[in-house]
Design a protein around this ligand. Structure first.
Ligand code: SF4
Length: 422
């Protein structure tokens, strides 16, 4: 059976190609190498308030998305965003520029600053039309540590700094790596992307790199790109950016501010920008865990920013259960949704007493699963106004419990957590 058009996976909105949703047009803005300057963030807040509903999402790829833009205000929104240098030169360039950068790169002294490599690679994506044929969801990530999955989220092609050069890994085979020098890394990634396109052209079932890996094997894909792979051990002890003060010993290096279920209002963003400007901060980095990371060197400034964010209702503590949850906009924001995912997520947090004991939760308003690509410990997938509970999987995987009412999901998740502990 063919999926209804609105449920087709693989299509992502941009600014030049907005998506129509239940609350208007979604206008997605991609940072350059994972960075938005504070002045640009202020411009985004202004555009959201003037031309949209005032709500802004931070997506699981670190992009910001204006919600509720009307057909009448869309052109003015694009003009304002273009004035802030946020619009790519074409919809094709915008669609292919799916680059996630380690939000702790440039903050954590133990990580390499990989933003300059990511910037060079974004230029290659923009300048090479052959690469524009990559699927809309095909993505690249640049990690400042040897852990290739940035913030625990795999990308189709992952580049990880090793201190001596870079390791390149493919989704579906992170136990294999190809070690390259800094001088070779951009061309190696480019060649791998072209090999993927050749494999996808021969087999329509190859839609993402993990499909190509499953069919051809990662070693063969590296060989086709003229590269050699060897086995690797992933260091799972390397953490990712979280909410709160980021420090190393006595030295403060940044602040992470989490957006509850990935959303911030224009007013909240304006407040953060004012606070950041008064502390003379220049930039914020985006994290796929829906955290804005501000490089801050002074403890007093970091504390002021955290206090302001806390007062505004944003997340400032790493143990906040909302950080463990990926929640799609749901109803009424998305026309496909049959549940109020965000309201139900808030009730789940309350039912669990604010603690998820480290488990991840994905709440999806339909089987499309926009909010999270990888498996979660608990996935709650809405179907006809109720939820199916899936363990260690993604929407569409076999259900552990079916047909749960919104009032029942807290008990169901608690029971599984208790069973796992016993
Ligand atoms: S997963 Fe959520 S946001 Fe995505 S289409 Fe379904 S209801 Fe809409």
């Amino acid at each position: 059976m063919t999926a209804p058009a609105h449920l087709i996976k693989g299509w992502c909105p941009g600014a030049l190609r907005p998506m129509r949703s239940g609350d208007g047009l979604l206008v997605r803005i991609k940072p350059r190498a994972g960075v938005f300057s504070i002045s640009v963030l202020a411009a985004i807040a202004d555009a959201a308030a003037r031309f949209g509903s005032g709500e802004i999402d931070l997506t699981n790829r670190g992009n910001l998305q204006l919600r509720g833009v009307s057909d009448d205000s869309y052109d003015d929104a694009i003009t304002a965003l273009r004035a802030a240098d946020l619009i790519d030169r074409s919809a094709a360039v915008e669609a292919v520029r799916n680059v996630v950068v380690d939000p702790l790169s440039g903050i954590d002294p133990e990580r390499q600053n990989v933003r300059y490599v990511a910037t060079r690679f974004e230029d290659v994506l923009a300048d090479e039309p052959q690469l524009w044929a990559l699927p809309g969801k095909f993505g690249f990530s640049f990690s400042g540590s040897s852990q290739p999955a940035v913030s625990g989220r795999p990308a189709d092609i992952m580049i990880a700094a090793t201190g001596e050069g870079f390791d390149i890994c493919l989704d579906g085979a992170v136990d294999l790596r190809c070690a390259v020098t800094e001088g070779d890394v951009i061309d190696a990634v480019r060649r791998l992307a072209l090999v993927f396109l050749e494999l996808a052209a021969k087999d329509p079932a190859v839609r993402r790199m993990k499909d190509a890996v499953a069919r051809s094997g990662a070693v063969h894909i590296f060989e086709l790109a003229g590269l050699q792979a060897s086995s690797r051990t992933v260091d799972v002890s390397i953490g990712s950016a979280s909410a709160g003060m980021i420090s190393h010993g006595d030295r403060v290096s940044g602040v992470g501010i989490g957006l509850p279920f990935g959303r911030i209002t224009a007013d909240q963003l304006v407040l953060l920008c004012q606070c950041a400007e008064s502390a003379k901060l220049k930039d914020a980095f985006t994290s796929p865990r829906r955290i804005l990371v501000f490089p801050v060197a002074e403890r007093a400034s970091a504390e002021l920013l955290l206090q302001a964010a806390d007062k505004a209702g944003l997340i400032v503590a790493p143990e906040d259960a909302r950080l463990q949850m990926d929640v799609c906009p749901g109803s009424p924001g998305c026309g496909n949704a049959t549940t109020d995912t965000r309201g139900d997520a808030r009730r789940l947090v309350g039912a669990l007493n604010g603690s998820l004991s480290g488990y991840s939760v994905h709440i999806s308003g339909c089987e499309k699963g926009c909010a999270r690509q990888s498996a979660a410990d608990f996935t709650l997938m809405a179907r006809a106004g109720r939820y199916d509970l899936i363990r260690n999987g993604v929407p569409g995987d076999p259900t552990a419990l079916a047909n749960l009412g919104a009032d029942d999901i807290g008990n169901a998740v608690s029971r599984f957590i208790l069973d796992s502990a016993s």
